[in-house]
Design a protein around this ligand. Structure first.
Ligand code: PGA
Ligand code: MG
Length: 228
C-alpha cells in the first residue's frame, strides 16, 4: 500500500530523530552549556522536544522553558558554545535509529538518490554520517547553516532538489517533526514521518502523507522502479 504513484528520484532524510537518535549527546552538550549560564538541566524527553529547529532555536526553547530572558547576542554566544561542546562528542551516546541503514541502502538499491536535509550545522552532520558509514551513500548533504532559511521554511529542501536536478515533487522527504512536514508541504514535496520522532505532537497530527513506525518501513511504500 502506497500513496506514492511513482518511485521518487531522490529520498531526502532529516537527521536528528530520523536517521540518528542523537538526543542523549545533545542533552549532555546542552546541559553542560546551560550549566555555565546557571540554567538547570533538562531530561531526555524534554530535550527531544527542544531539538529540530537548529541550534539557536534549541537555545531559545531551553531558555523559554525555564522562563528566562535571552537577548539575541546571548543566544548567538551560547549557541556557539553549544556547538563547540557538542561537535567533539556528537557520536558518544548517539546511535542510528532502527532501520536507518537499511532504509538508505534499500533506497539506493532501488536506484534513487539519497540525501540529508537537516537544521543541524553541516560540519557536525557530515562528521556524524561519516562515523556511521553513511556519508558515502549520500548524494547530497544540506545543513542548517547552508545559507537559506531553515526548516520549517521549504528553502533547504528546495536547494537539495535543485542541486540534484529534480523537481521537488519527484523527491520524497522523510522526517520526524512538524518542521519537516511543514517544510516539505511548502516545497510541494511528498513527506513521510516517523511515528516516534522528536516532537511533542501525536504522529497522526503531523499531517504527513505516510506514517512510518521505523524508518525502513519506507521501503514498503516505494513503488519499485525509478522512472526516467
Ligand atoms: O535541531 C537541529 O539542530 C537539527 O534537527 P533535524 O536534524 O531534525 O533538522
Ligand atoms: Mg528531526
Amino acid at each position: 500500500m502506497t500513496v506514492l504513484s511513482r518511485m521518487p528520484k531522490a529520498v531526502l532524510f532529516d537527521l536528528d530523530g530520523t536517521l540518528i537518535d542523537s538526543a542523549p549527546d545533545i542533552r549532555e552538550a546542552l546541559n553542560e552549556t546551560l550549566a555555565m549560564e546557571g540554567v538547570a538541566p533538562f531530561d531526555l524527553q524534554t530535550v527531544k522536544h527542544l531539538v529540530g529547529g537548529g541550534v539557536q532555536v534549541l537555545i531559545e526553547r531551553a531558555f523559554r522553558r525555564r522562563g528566562l530572558p535571552l537577548s539575541p547576542q546571548d543566544c548567538e554566544r551560547i549557541a556557539a558554545r553549544f556547538v563547540a561542546t557538542y561537535e567533539p562528542r556528537a557520536t558518544k551516546l548517539t546511535d542510528l535509529t532502527p532501520g536507518a541503514r537499511e532504509a538508505v541502502d534499500g533506497v539506493k538499491a532501488l536506484g534513487a538518490k539519497t540525501g540529508v536535509v537537516t537544521n543541524k550545522p553541516e560540519a557536525a552532520t557530515r562528521a556524524i554520517l561519516a562515523h556511521y558509514g553513511l556519508a558515502d551513500p549520500m548524494d547530497i548533504v544540506i545543513g542548517g547553516d547552508a545559507g537559506p532559511k531553515k526548516k520549517p521554511a521549504p528553502d533547504l529542501l528546495l536547494l537539495a532538489a535543485k542541486q540534484l536536478g529534480f523537481d521537488p515533487a519527484e523527491c520524497l522527504f522523510v522526517g520526524d517533526s512538524e518542521n519537516d512536514v511543514e517544510a516539505a508541504k511548502a516545497a510541494f514535496m511528498p513527506v513521510a514521518a516517523l511515528e516516534n520522532g522528536y516532537t511533542a505532537l501525536a504522529s497522526s497530527d503531523l499531517g504527513a502523507d505516510i506514517l512510518l513506525s521505523r524508518v525502513d518501513d519506507l521501503l514498503r511504500h516505494l513503488p519499485q522502479k525509478v522512472s526516467s
